[in-house]
Structures are given as C-alpha cells and as structure tokens.
Ligand binder design. Sequence first.
Ligand code: GDP
Length: 614
Amino acid sequence: MSNKNRRRNNKRNNNANKQNNSVNTKKVEKVEAIDYTEGITVKDLADKINQSPADIIKLLFMMGTMVTINTSLDDETVELICMEYDITPTKVEEKEEFTLEDDIVDDAESLKQRPAIVTIMGHVDHGKTTTLDTIRKTDVVSDEFGGITQHIGAYQINYKGQKITFLDTPGHEAFTAMRARGAQVTDLVIVVVAADDGVMPQTREAIDHAKAAKVPLIVAINKIDKPDKNIDRIYSEFSELNIIPEAWGGDTVFAEISARTGEGINDLLETVLVAAELEELKANPDRTAVGTVIEAKLDKGRGPVATLLVQKGTLKQGDPIVVGTSFGRVRKMVDHRGTELNEALPSMPVEIIGLSEVPIAGDLFKVFEEEKDARAIADKRNIARVEAERNQTSALSLDDLSQQIADGTIQDINVILKADVQGSAEAVKSSLERLDVGDGDVRINVIRATVGGITENDIMLAAASNALIIGFNIRPTMAIRKTAEEQGIEIRLYNVIYKAIEAMELAMKGMLAPEYEDIVFGQAEVRELYKVSKIGTIAGCMVTGGKMVSGSSVRLLRDGAVVYEGTMGSLKRFQNDAKEVATGFECGITIDNFNDLKEGDIIESHGEIEIDRE
Ligand code: GDP
C-alpha cells in the first residue's frame, strides 16, 4: 500500500473511531497519587493509575493525540491524564543506569599528558586533503613500517618525540555531525586557506565551527609556492573576521605552508605542539576506556568495523565494550598503518572489530568489566533508542495529520535510510532533505540514517511512522523482504546517489496535488453571424491561431478588451460537431447563454491543464 493510501486508511479508521469515543472511566480501585519518571509509557502509566491502556489511548485520542501503548508521554500529558482521573502525579528523577557517560572521577594525580587531537577545516580545494597527506608522511615511523596507510578516519604521528592525532575526515560534515551529537573530540582546529584565493564561505564556516566548539584555531596559509599568493590580503580578510594574526599584533598564529612541497609543515606542527602545551591536555590512562566513534562501516568480511578515539583510559584487546547501542569485545585493534595493537592510550585512534552492529560517528563508547554487563546495557540503550525514535514520529496530532492531508499543505515523506558507510548515509540524507519540489510543500523527512543492513527494527520503525526504507549499497535478506511485505513497507534499493535522489524527486511529484495552469488554446475571429431560433447566435469564425477546443472556456474580446467570459456551447465544422478546429479553418461557434456577438470579435478558447512541476 502506498503511503498515501495508508494515510487515507488511517484517516478513515480515525473517523470511524470518532463515532465511538466515550471514555470508560470506570475505576477499579481509586488511586489518589502516583510517582512517575520522565518519559513514562502509556502502558506503565495505565498500570500505575489502575486504568486500561486502551482507555488512556482513547482519552488522548479525544484530545487529538494519537499514541500507542508504548508511547512515552510528556509531563503535560501525564498531568492531563491524571487530572482526568483525579490523581496527583509527582515526577521523580530516574536513575539513569544505562548511559555511556563517564562516571569515573579521575583525581588530579592520575592525569597524564595526552596528545592533541586536531581537525583540519577550510574551503574546498584549499588543500585540506593534501595537508593531511603531507603531515602523515612526515611521520618517520610510518615509513619504517613501510605499511600501507589505511583510511580509518584518524591517524597519529610522532613529531619530535611527541604525538599528535589528526582527524582524517576533511570537510565540515564529520565535525558538525559529531558536534550535533554532543561529541567534542577536537582540541585544536587548523583552518587551511589558499594563499591565492583567500577567505571563502567555507573558511568562514570553519572559523564559526572552531568558535562554537571553543577550541583554539591556527590558520595555515597554504599554496605559498604559488606566484600569485597574497599573504597581506589574507591577513586583512581574517582581521575583518576578528582573527588577528600575531604579525599584526593579534594572538592567532598564521603558519605559511605549501602542502605540495612540504615547505612550512614542520613549523605548523611546531605551532600545534606549542598550542597543545598551552591547553594542558591531560587524561588518566590507568582506567577503563571511554571515547567517541570517529567512523564506522559494515565490512563484508569482517562485520561492523569502527574507528574509536580513546579519550580517557586505555582500551585493551579483549575488553567488553558498548559502542552506542552496539556491544561486543574488542576482538582486534589496529592503527592507521594496519599494525595490530594490544592497547590504545588516550588520544589514540584505533580501528576495532568485534561489535554486534555498526555504530554511528559521534556515538560514545565505554568499556565494561564484564561482557554480560556490556550486553545488558547495550540492550537497554537499544530499546530506549527505538522508543525515542518512534515517539519522535508517531505522536502526531490527529488534527495536524488530517489537516495536512486535506488541504495538501504539508505532506512529509518519511524515510529510513540504510547505507554501507556513514559517508554515504550522510550524503544521501542531506541530498534528500535538500530536495525541494516547487513550493516546498512536500518534504522528505529522514527519520533514521544509519549504517548496515535493514533490520527488523527498521521495519518496525517504518511501520510505526509510515515510512519507506531506502537502502544504499546494501541488499536486504529474504526474511527482511518478507517482513517488509507483510507490514506493507516499501523498500527501495539504490547504488548510485543520483538515482536515489531522482526516484525520490519523482515520488515527491507523485504526491503533490496536481497543479493546474490556465492556458490559451487558440483564437478565432468572428466573420459572420447567423441567428437561429432555439439555438441563438452562431458565429461563423476563422481560427487565426492555435486551435478551438470544444466545450472549453471562452473569452470574448472586442477591441482588445474582454467583454464576456463563459463556456463554448458548440463547435462545428460545416454541419458536424468537432472536437477541435485548427488554425486556418472555418468553424461555427456558439457561446452558452450569450448571443450578443459582433463581427470582428475574437473568441479565445482556453482552459486549465495539469502541469508538470519541473
Ligand atoms: P581540499 O578540497 O581542501 O581537500 O583540497 P585538496 O587537498 O584536494 O587540494 C586541492 C588542489 O590544490 C589539488 O589539486 C592540490 O594538488 C592542490 N594543492 C594543495 N596544496 C597545494 C600547495 O601547497 N600548492 C599548490 N600549488 N597546490 C596545492
């Protein structure tokens, strides 16, 4: 069933339900007061107040909110319901037993210096990737190993006996995505700006990001090997943005580099070390590890693979771990050279395998003493996540829903997106959300975008939120296909981004209420008039442009002005009715309820046609 039909059916059912909406307020045993915790579900509240969940669902329905037995209720709704039953609710704080927040307090003596974690940002083509590559190559250790460097989303170099970690995902998406999820992993931002180009929109964005994250910023003026470099211009452009170079009496270091020739790179690294020292970056290495996911993907051979950045403690091979909602043991751990490691210290990025599912960049991870604890907590977190996602989408107000459909103002297409790698998931998500067809009255709402195959969970969420599932570079199992079919969930698979976008664009057009435009079909000049009793005035005409269309709307023009608007009564070629008469042909035309025609009048045949929103 299409979304539209499903919605229609919903609407129909809702209307049917409306007929029978008396709320059963029969009280089994009078409850006077209850305690509840944030986000209590309909079912749990029903239990507490001794009512059936169905009654609460009905009650809320009457108030215009659709909920299911598992919907979490906000405080206001809990109060409303309680008021209805004359019960006093008291909210109590829930003890969060399954967060991945770090609950260990490290005392000052335990803290040791840790390497700085650096992000490189800047405008496209200003040399972020080249700079990252050149810096990576300065690492003699890498050369000695002769290993093939792999892209794992971050790397660590050794410079003059000190380590520096670089996040190896240039561009702002990764950084913003992580910050949006509350992850703060960067200690320092290097803004790369091309000496021959100057401050551009993404340069400004990079500065804003660094400011928002409250981390120090170093400017690397790149491409100084170019003859048309203009350092002064760059100084002044940055100064205008209140980033004043040291050379001009400010406090921002501007390093001049050529990522291509390697000139100035050592100075840049030196600057990073100095800045890092000022920041006094420290962490306790002697404890269980916590940190953040930098990147994650599904590998055909190895299963879920995640790059973790250790922020506190030491991550060890074999550690039981919860990563986002995924859990497992650190089965194998490698650095960006592919070298297998037994442990990873603070600020170190490592790629691990051994997780139950693919986490999301920005997810926190935490090591547990026991694998069974890890599993239990991951399970709880999973349930909480599914719950949160469902509530986000299903607590739709009935009024809103039917209103939207009735007047066609907003028609959201809910989409669940599954992709092979985080990068594609983000890319497809942002392209879809940016899709705009005409008036922007149909929107795509990506309610989940994650890495990995389609799961039962996805289907549940799709069913709960009237969503369709888009798979990018993944194939669903037969079992999943079957479940989806049973639930009436549409799965669409793509392996090229633009194909996915194109298809959604079409879907959006399909969902749009057709748009009509009035167009002129043609004009005919009145040459002779025949008065026929019973019929009225017949105008003998010559079609002078376009065509006359039988039954169409007409305008009567006299000396360029519209003197009458109405409907064509009949259109004849000789004695016969015609559907259309083209330019250059004679025809007889009558106008419904109008006889006051004159020779020389122009009859314009026009009408509305459905137009393509292109
Ligand atoms: P990104 O989009 O910021 O990652 O930029 P890239 O690192 O891909 O660089 C964009 C282009 O600029 C590439 O063609 C590079 O070879 C070139 N480029 C980067 N750094 C330098 C440099 O220091 N000097 C010169 N002449 N070209 C550079």
